[in-house]
Design a protein around this ligand. Structure first.
Ligand code: FFO
Ligand code: ATP
Length: 273
């Protein structure tokens, strides 16, 4: 009966998500930098062991927020050193729509040389302001190879402008190569909380939900989804989920790896012949 059930459920899901976000955010605030570093390394060791990561030619990563989030630098460094094609988020063009693109990281040679010489850089307190970029222009990458000499610290944290949350984003002069369905083999997904079914609670804007949905368009099966987080982010109860929430394939935490069985799915996962 109850025609209202769906909307009532949705309201309560939104409400429950808000409560959970608040709880987890306050737990994360209490973590020291050292704890975050230690825990992050454990998570990345798990990622580097995964056959799905080892065989991935392209990975979607993200740049960490200034506080209370897993430190992605070791993963960016590893992926660069292993010559993977890396994509990272850019938000803000369509803020109201919570639209996000993942852009391919393209490092030109001059920039790499500058980094090596260790030129004086702007102070940490004053990150460069992001310039608006010309849209819809897709340039071909020209001098594109990544090398082991550019550190992710140099590349992303010193040289990239920051968005409203203090997250570094690709600079306006980086050639725009956006990820299309099929381009990303493995997507490392941030979040605030995760449960042991592989469900995820994000920051609340739906950026990743929408992005993942787009990456599955056409007949693409979408990227292999690996959520990563700190131990305080795993919850024992089930995360309330709405229709559009996408379940992860794996959740990697410092002390446990959660592998999600896809019984609802017809595709056979992780068995290769
Ligand atoms: N490192 C990182 N990059 C990312 C994400 C992420 O979760 N982590 N995103 C994943 O989607 C997107 C950015 N989404 C974000 C959405 C909201 C807030 C945020 O802090 N929102 C509120 C928090 C306070 C509140 O609502 O109570 C704020 O604006 O202060 C941050 C990132 C893309 N880039
Ligand atoms: N695929 C989608 N299409 C349209 N709207 C969506 C989609 N996914 C999420 N939304 C909308 O985005 C808003 C935020 O969703 P939700 O609370 O699930 O975000 P989240 O998963 O916590 O965030 P994020 O994905 O950015 O980490 C909701 O109002 C929801 O209706």
């Amino acid at each position: 009966m109850g025609d209202n059930n769906d909307s009532n459920n949705n309201d309560s899901i939104v409400q429950q998500k808000k409560v959970l976000r608040k709880q987890v955010r306050s737990k994360l605030k209490a973590l020291t930098k050292e704890t975050i570093q230690e825990q992050s390394i454990k998570v990345w060791d798990r990622l580097f062991q995964l056959p799905q990561y080892q065989t991935a030619k392209s990975v979607g990563l993200f740049l960490s927020m200034p506080k209370g989030e897993i430190d992605t630098d070791p993963a960016l460094k590893h992926a660069m050193e292993h010559n993977k094609t890396i994509y990272v988020p850019e938000v803000g063009k369509n803020f109201e729509l919570a639209d996000m693109e993942l852009l391919q990281v393209i490092v030109n040679k001059e920039e790499k040389e500058k980094d090596k010489e260790g030129e004086p850089k702007e102070s940490k307190e004053e990150p460069p302001v992001k310039k608006p970029r010309l849209d819809e222009e897709e340039k071909e990458p020209s001098t594109t190879t990544t090398t082991t000499t550019t550190t992710s610290q140099d590349l992303f944290h010193k040289n990239w402008p920051r968005n409203k949350w203090g997250i570094p984003e690709p600079p306006a002069d980086m050639p725009i190569v956006t990820a299309k369905p099929g381009d990303i083999d493995l997507l490392v997904v941030p979040g605030l909380a995760f449960d042991r079914n592989g469900d995820r609670l994000g920051q609340g804007k739906g950026y990743y939900d929408r992005f993942i949905e787009r990456m599955c368009q056409g007949d693409q099966k979408g990227p292999y989804l690996v959520a990563v987080g700190l131990q305080a982010q795993v919850v024992d109860e089930s995360i309330p989920v709405a229709q559009y929430d996408r379940r992860m394939d794996m959740v990697l935490l410092p002390d446990e790896s959660i592998v999600v069985s896809k019984e609802k799915d017809t595709t056979t996962d992780n068995k290769e012949t």
